[in-house]
Design a protein around this ligand. Structure first.
Ligand code: NAI
Length: 302
């Protein structure tokens, strides 16, 4: 069945270009009414203009879709609220939020100014928090919501020169983990997308493939699934160049170790602690404690 977004209202942040633009165009093409948000600044977050968002709205309208341009910075909770109010005034609901806006201020940690760390965390993490907070109660009342956080392989696995960006991106995974648990009873599904694409953000990276092979539109099918009625929840979906993968935060079975020589045992049995046989993906944080208690009970013959 074709993934369809008729009568759905979607907000896509940072949708003036790159991945966000593709997400917004695809959602609109499949029936969603879309708020196209973009601050319209430079790659490092300086400057701003609503024209990038307006251009995407014009494209959507030219194709027969419905959209609203918004130039708010996701870092400004007041402006974000006004954006949500505008969507509610025009369409009366918000079904989908794609937290996609982002900036880069790359430097090694040794050379990084704290201000550049804070700024990047503010845009990626607090930007997503501001937007999510502004739609959360609406989605709870509707008993329906689909939210995506745009994470990154730099957060999941690290990348030289991106301590600020990687920390912010991994923080979004933590946010997703808890929100998917808290949102479940109101059918609010929260997921992470880890894209790879040739965009303004990655234009400095040499590509082994022709740039078309890394087009941002190749990521969007994954995003559409994560915000569809049939969406999963609590998923980290990686996507790029036509490849789709899932990333997991796992826990090994580990070992039970106590006693005076526990530090030496932790060292000596590190391979056993690290062994990935029968590792699990805990369904909530408490699972770690449960596994540890079970091991302790077993060891104490309980
Ligand atoms: P991009 O630079 O083309 O898009 C980011 C957009 O966010 C820009 O249009 C920018 O004006 C907007 N933006 C920046 N600060 C904003 C703010 N405070 N409020 C509202 N809008 C703001 O880059 P791209 O690649 O399309 O990035 C989209 C998302 O995907 C970002 O979150 C990025 O970190 C993430 N990402 C991209 C990867 C890639 O390979 N391109 C890899 C991993 C993650």
């Amino acid at each position: 069945m074709k993934t369809n977004f008729d009568n759905r209202v979607a907000i896509v942040t940072g949708a003036g270009g790159g991945l966000g633009r593709e997400h917004a165009l695809a959602l609109a093409a499949r029936g969603a009414k879309v708020v196209v948000n973009d601050l319209g600044g430079a790659r490092d977050g300086t400057g701003g203009s609503a024209s990038a968002a307006e251009a995407v709205v014009a494209e959507i309208e030219a194709a027969g879709g419905e959209a609203l341009a918004n130039g708010a910075s996701v870092t400004d909770p007041v402006a974000v609220h006004a954006m949500i109010d505008a969507a509610m005034a025009r369409w009366g609901r918000v079904d989908i939020l794609v937290n996609n806006a982002g900036v880069l201020r790359d430097r090694t940690f040794a050379k990084m100014e704290l201000e550049d760390f804070r700024f990047v965390v503010d845009v990626h993490l607090m930007g997503a928090v501001n937007c999510t907070k502004a739609v959360w109660e609406i989605m709870r009342q509707q008993n329906y919501g689909r939210i995506v956080m745009t994470t990154s392989s730099s957060g999941l696995y690290g990348n030289f020169g991106q301590s600020n960006y990687g920390a912010a991106k991994m923080a979004l995974v933590g946010l997703m983990q808890t929100l998917s648990i808290e949102g479940a009873k109101n059918d609010i599904r929260v997921n992470c997308l880890a894209p790879t694409a040739h965009t303004r953000m990655t234009e400095d990276l040499g590509a082994a493939l022709p740039l078309e092979a890394l087009g941002p539109e190749l990521v969007t099918p994954g995003l559409l699934h994560l915000v569809s009625e049939a969406a999963p929840s609590r998923v980290i979906l990686a996507a790029g160049a036509g490849g789709f993968e899932r990333a997991y935060v796992t826990l090994t079975q580990g070992a039970f170790i106590t006693g005076d020589d526990a530090p030496e045992q932790v060292a000596g049995r590190f391979a056993e602690i690290s062994d990935r046989t029968n590792e699990i993906v805990p369904d909530m944080g408490a699972a770690q404690g449960m596994i540890e208690l079970t091991k302790a009970q077993k060891a104490h013959g309980a």
